[in-house]
Design a protein around this ligand. Structure first.
Ligand code: FES
Ligand code: FES
Length: 169
């Protein structure tokens, strides 16, 4: 086992939104702080820092994780996706568009985390029921919206993604 001295910085190499980063950072730095402070990607929000609110959710190797519960050095060698990488050259992701149309956000604090969880969710469930969407959202706290618009937006985005996939196939 490698011994890391207190205060010693450790090299972390990872891809974030397709771009390779090689950064020295404190061994005890949380992935959420690393993303925000070291990489300057402040779209990932930090609320509770205890894995409860879901605001800090990002994708690590395609899986939704709470970046406040993971050390940056544990993400070494992984591919991370954050909210900054969700839109493409063609425009917003269907989830982003439907959130806008359905008024699924107010202050927006919870939104990046919910969107990243929803991306993973719709990868594994192309045709979710309202109950399944609510179950997925149970890991996210929104103080503003009452969730109705969020559920509707995810349901509508699921239909759009499904139709796009069907057209391609
Ligand atoms: S800040 Fe990570 S779950 Fe709340
Ligand atoms: S939109 Fe404000 S916390 Fe969700």
């Amino acid at each position: 086992m490698i011994k890391i001295e207190k205060g010693q910085k450790v090299l972390v190499k990872l891809k974030v939104n397709g771009k390779l980063y090689e950064e020295y950072t404190e061994s005890r730095k949380l992935l959420s702080d690393f993303i925000r402070e070291d990489l300057g990607l402040t779209g990932t929000h930090v609320g509770c820092e205890h894995g409860v609110c879901g605001a800090c959710t990002v994708l690590v190797n395609g899986r939704a994780v709470r970046s406040c519960l993971m050390l940056a050095i544990q993400a070494d060698g992984t591919e991370v996706n954050t909210i900054e990488g969700l839109a493409s050259e063609e425009g917003w992701h269907p989830l982003q568009e439907e959130f806008s149309k359905c008024h699924a956000l107010q202050c927006g604090f919870c939104t990046p985390g919910i969107l990243m969880s929803a991306v993973e969710f719709l990868e594994t469930n192309r045709n979710p029921t309202e109950e399944e969407i609510k179950e997925m959202l149970s890991g996210h706290i929104c103080r503003c919206t009452g969730y109705h618009g969020i559920v509707k937006a995810i349901r509508q985005a699921a239909d759009r993604i499904k139709n796009t996939v069907n057209k391609v196939n």
